[in-house]
Design a protein around this ligand. Structure first.
Ligand SMILES: [Zn+2]
Length: 388
């Protein structure tokens, strides 16, 4: 699994280096001869880009191609995709459980595809609840990472203590009443745990900026935890009524939970899209308008159709980018070069601290009709719009 610390370090990797993205999905692979498909595809892409590698870099480039080939030959991959950064003192291999497109680049780390994947697959929280323990997982990029496991202890001792006290007071308790007292005591303990878990989970969701939370387990316990969450998080929480604590294999657990997460994400994105398209004042729609507002620092959240691309011109001096054909920058008059929207958008979003959602399916169809891209303006901009 990709770690957030790794992402932050990638832009600073020493250059030049080779970036490799490969679709290694085992269900699509065929072994031709002795090599897996993706290794053949990597080698032919590497041959293609070799012609564009500066002569001085060529020995280092060929060494990295050789190194990656040897690794891929010796280590058959079971993940859906892989990203490799390899250079003089660099070897970073990131197996992924989401679909990746083949891409091989030389030079600076090619991060655009990775950023698109991160914007498409936001992290969620999973709380797996059983009768005796709770496990907390981060669901990210199609994988579950266990963060914490807690055992409950439902202590019967206090119930025993209550016996003599009751007798001392001269009260004869029937067997049934005793059972009620015990049940009440157990309920109270469960409630205590539910409150505690809800508190921990809330703190964790806030720290990780999690969009959605799934509480998986027997309905009483799962709903009990949901009930104790603060309202904001409760609205973003889905209860999955399934007892999965007994499932030992992580892969099996992922397989059983994935359909719920995917369905929820599909529906959530359609709702978010509806609210974007239904909001006429605080939003901007279409590529050109959105790019302008983005680069003027006026955007809060941006939505974009998966795979959206196109040709832009970007200033070499101030890095302003838009779709106009003028060879001179409209902001500073500097010289401009042709760039791909796909490459530039993730950089711009990160520079202006804008959260991006990549949508596909029904949500994407609706956004496509509105120009493929749209965004919410920041609060201050909304006020200005309202006043205008
Ligand atoms: Zn400029």
């Amino acid at each position: 699994m990709l770690k957030s610390g790794t992402i932050q370090s990638l832009p600073d990797l020493p250059v030049p280096l080779l970036t490799i993205y490969l679709d290694t999905n085992p269900t699509k692979q065929m072994i031709r001869g002795l090599k897996p498909d993706y290794l053949n595809r990597f080698e032919s892409r590497a041959k293609l880009i070799a012609q564009a590698v500066p002569t001085g870099d060529l020995p280092l480039f060929l060494e990295q191609v050789q190194r990656a080939s040897a690794y891929l030959q010796d280590h058959p991959l079971q993940c859906r995709g892989v990203v490799i950064f390899t250079g003089l003192d660099t070897w970073e291999l990131i197996p992924l459980q989401v679909d990746v497109e083949d891409e091989v680049r030389w030079g600076t780390p090619a991060l655009a595809q990775l950023f698109w994947l991160l914007d498409e697959h936001k992290p969620h929280g999973i709380v797996l609840v059983g009768q005796k323990r709770v496990q907390i997982f981060l669901w990210w990029l199609g994988e579950m990472l266990e963060l914490e496991e807690k055992e409950f202890r439902i202590e019967p001792s206090k119930v025993k203590e209550m016996g003599p006290v009751s007798r001392a007071a001269g009260v004869r308790m029937s067997h049934g009443t005793n059972r009620d007292v015990y049940q009440h005591h157990v309920d109270a303990q469960y409630e205590h745990y539910q409150k505690q878990i809800a508190k921990d989970v809330d703190r964790w969701c806030a720290a990780e900026h999690l969009n959605s939370l799934f509480v998986v387990g027997l309905v009483e316990m799962a709903k009990g935890i949901q009930k104790e969450l603060p309202p904001g998080l409760r609205e973003r929480t889905t209860v999955i009524e399934k007892d999965l604590v007994w499932v030992e294999s992580r892969a099996e657990l992922e397989k059983r939970i994935e359909p719920f997460v995917e369905k929820h994400e599909r529906e959530r994105k359609v709702l978010v899209m509806e609210s974007l398209l239904g909001d006429s004042r605080a939003v901007v729609l279409g590529i050109d308008g959105t790019l302008v507002q983005l680069q003027q620092g006026r955007i809060r959240n941006l939505m974009v159709v998966k795979g959206l691309d196109g040709s832009l011109r970007q200033c070499l001096k101030c890095s302003w980018a838009d779709r106009t054909q003028d060879p001179a920058c409209p902001v500073c008059g500097g010289e401009r070069e042709v760039v791909r929207l796909r490459e530039v958008l993730p950089q711009l979003a990160r520079r202006y601290s804008v959260s991006v959602e990549v949508v596909s399916g029904e949500a994407a169809r609706r956004l496509q009709e509105a120009g493929g891209m749209g965004a919410w303006l920041r609060e201050t901009e909304k006020k200005e719009y309202a006043q205008a």
